[in-house]
Write a new protein. Structure first.
Length: 146
């Protein structure tokens, strides 16, 4: 009995969250945030196959993680959860594969988003975020503890 009740609460909470998400995107009154990547090394136009800031290491990587934290909070947290801890509706980004394989998948999804039956479950960010900002977010999520 108890588990059934908990389950239905979880489902209700999920439905509510989805409703909020479609409201947010339906009205366009919550603008995705441009990200200030000042201090991060500029990247060539072509999308890198692997997180360039992780490869650079040192201060560039530290700064990328810092910038990524705020970029994540203003663009991704409402679906993927505060501090990248998913509430279960959208995937937990800390669980992505490490290294280049995870990087490629990350960039693919973030740039193109994800749509199902003609509606976006996740909006594409390629027109909104610079490549520098996307890698900064990846730097942040890959360093959030599980
Ligand atoms: C409107 C809600 C929403 C927003 C905002 C959003 N996402 Fe998503 N995201 C989703 C959903 C839903 C999925 C699951 C799609 C699927 O089934 O692959 C997803 C999938 C992903 C995946 C693939 C995860 C996996 O395990 O396969 C990545 C990476 C990702 N999102 C990154 C981001 C980043 C980075 C941002 C912010 C720049 C962001 N998302 C913003 C809803 C969102």
């Amino acid at each position: 009995m108890r588990t059934v009740k908990l389950l239905s609460i979880a489902i209700l909470a999920g439905a509510f969250q989805l409703g909020v998400v479609s409201m947010v995107f339906g009205h366009g009154d919550v603008q995705p945030q441009a990200v200030d990547t000042e201090g991060l090394e500029k990247l060539p136009e072509e999308i890198a196959p692997e997180n360039p800031y992780r490869l650079m290491g040192g201060e560039q990587y530290t700064l990328a993680i810092e910038i990524g934290a705020s970029a994540y909070n203003s663009n991704c947290a409402r679906c993927h959860g505060l501090e990248a801890i998913s509430g279960g509706i959208s995937p937990d980004l800390r669980m992505l594969e490490e290294g280049q394989f995870g990087d490629e998948w990350f960039m693919e999804r973030v740039r193109k988003g994800y749509s199902q039956n003609g509606t976006y479950k996740m909006p594409p960010f390629q027109e909104i975020l610079s490549q520098e900002a996307m890698w900064a977010i990846r730097s942040y999520t890959e360093n959030q503890p599980l």
